[in-house]
Design a protein around this ligand. Structure first.
Ligand code: HEM
Length: 437
């Protein structure tokens, strides 16, 4: 496995090594008339700044419903999100995106795809959930993720080397977006120089593919084919990497699982869950400090604030809202989730609940009591949170060391992705030009 990150100038390019490019599909949805009965998580207003919408909903209708995108429920209170996360498996994780695949695609999958494919443990209920989670947990233990610190630090420096002399960059595309795909590739033992492809594929699944199931399936299949070849290669000749390690693990007796398919599923999840989420959080943090000079000066002057500042970024700009599907009628606090209904696990809204957070809508980079659930709650709580925190910590510390003075170059030019994973995708930043190392 290579230990050297890609060179900065190469990393800074935005294209993919393939010949394809990814375009956002057109959404022809009417404007929202009433957020309590007709919300739209893909609406521009929701994507750009959902906080006021959640606050209104929490007061007026804490578990809202919409018919849009196949229909779903949207809880906004911290206590409800925690309670709903415990209703397992009646609120099942087997279909975690709000827009489901059309019936014919699901039927085809059921015929073609052995148990274990998909993206367990996030797409699995017990018992498959428990033991697939156990397989990957050691990879993300605090000590284990420390092994990726030198690689990540060197990567961040090399990225900054690629643009620091210019005095400007797109901090989303040239920095935040470049870090997680390479770290995950490095961890899995696959080629980090395919990072631009991984980025495009993951956006195809988790950004544009959220509301365009055909696009989602296209990129999901590309990822699966790629990983399938990688896993088969390890099955033939094991290497010193995680894919080989997962292939060699014990599978409990009595569970009919295709071993190669299972490892493809695990790798699929780690690639998909580890990329969009973490780069969104790194990008949101840079957005914040690039638009709030007082907080930027304070953090630049006092690095002991990094741990609380990072938790506050995770709380305020929480990126991830996964869905559950009701396997039976589930009555909950005055509403009934009917069999087949989607419930959005709106952890980001929970993190703005004034019942739990003082000054919930203020960003306090020294907030001491911060019981946020950006990483979820219950049995599906993020397995990669230690790695995510490590990447955020390194990405921000290296940036602040190299570029302590910076600001948004064009606040109107910032573009957000949203829906189920929210973060800036265009983030023009300006700073005094510096020297590559
Ligand atoms: C800031 C970055 C991240 C955030 C905010 C985040 C958030 C979340 C959330 C909210 C869940 C729960 C989903 C649910 O309840 O359905 C989750 C699950 C998960 N995340 Fe993360 N995540 C991040 C980074 C990562 C990274 C870097 C990895 C690993 C490469 C990772 C791996 C996972 C896995 C494996 C699960 C499924 C756990 C299970 O189902 O038992 N995540 N994440």
């Amino acid at each position: 496995m290579s230990t050297e990150p890609a060179a900065g100038n190469q990393a800074a390019s935005s294209g993919s090594s393939g010949d394809e490019s990814l375009e956002a599909p057109i959404r022809n949805t009417p404007p929202v008339s009433d957020w309590t009965t007709d919300y739209d998580i893909f609406d521009e207003e929701y994507v750009t700044d959902p906080v006021p919408i959640w606050n209104d909903l929490r007061e007026q209708c804490p578990i809202a419903h919409t018919e849009r995108w196949g229909g779903s429920w949207l809880p906004t209170r911290h206590a409800d999100l925690q309670a709903l996360a415990k209703i397992v498996p009646a609120l099942s994780s087997t279909d975690p995106l709000v827009v489901s695949l059309p019936e014919d695609m699901v039927e085809q999958e059921e015929e073609e795809i052995p148990v274990g494919f998909g993206a367990p443990p996030i797409t699995a209920d017990p018992p498959l959930h428990g033991w697939t989670r156990k397989m990957i947990l050691p990879t993300f233990a605090p000590k284990a993720v420390e092994a990726y610190r030198p690689y990540t630090e060197e990567l961040c420096h090399s990225l900054i080397d690629g643009f620091v002399a210019e005095g400007r960059c797109d901090a989303a595309e040239q920095y935040a977006q470049q870090i997680p795909p390479r770290v995950i590739a490095h961890l899995l033992g696959i080629d980090p120089d395919k990072a631009d492809d991984f980025t495009m594929w993951v956006r195809g699944v988790l950004e544009f593919g959220l509301y365009d199931p055909k696009l989602r399936v296209k990129y999901r299949d590309i990822i699966r084919d790629f990983l399938f070849a990688e896993v088969l290669a390890r099955a033939a000749e094991p290497r010193d990497d995680k894919l080989s390690e997962y292939l060699a693990m014990d599978i409990p007796d009595g569970l009919e699982v295709d071993r190669v398919g299972l490892v493809v599923g695990l790798a699929n999840l780690l690639l998909v869950a580890g990329i969009d989420t973490t780069w969104s959080s790194i990008g949101s943090a840079l957005f914040h400090f690039g638009s709030h000079p007082e907080d930027r000066h304070r953090l630049a002057a006092d690095h002991s604030l990094f741990p609380t500042a990072i938790e506050e970024m995770l709380r305020y700009y929480s990126p991830v809202t996964m869905a559950r599907v009701a396997l039976e009628d589930v009555p909950y606090d005055g509403v009934t989730f009917h069999e087949g209904d989607k419930v959005l696990m709106n952890f980001p809204a929970a993190n703005h609940d004034p019942e739990v957070f003082d000054d919930a809508d203020k960003i306090l980079i020294d907030r001491q009591r911060n019981r946020h659930i950006a990483f979820g709650s219950g049995i599906h709580r993020c397995a990669g949170s230690n790695l995510a925190r490590l990447e955020m910590d390194i990405a921000l510390r290296v940036w602040f060391d190299r570029i302590p003075e910076f600001e948004l170059a064009d606040p109107d030019g910032v573009a957000w992705a949203g829906g189920q994973v929210r973060g800036p995708r265009v983030l023009p930043m300006a700073f005094p030009p510096g020297q590559p190392r």
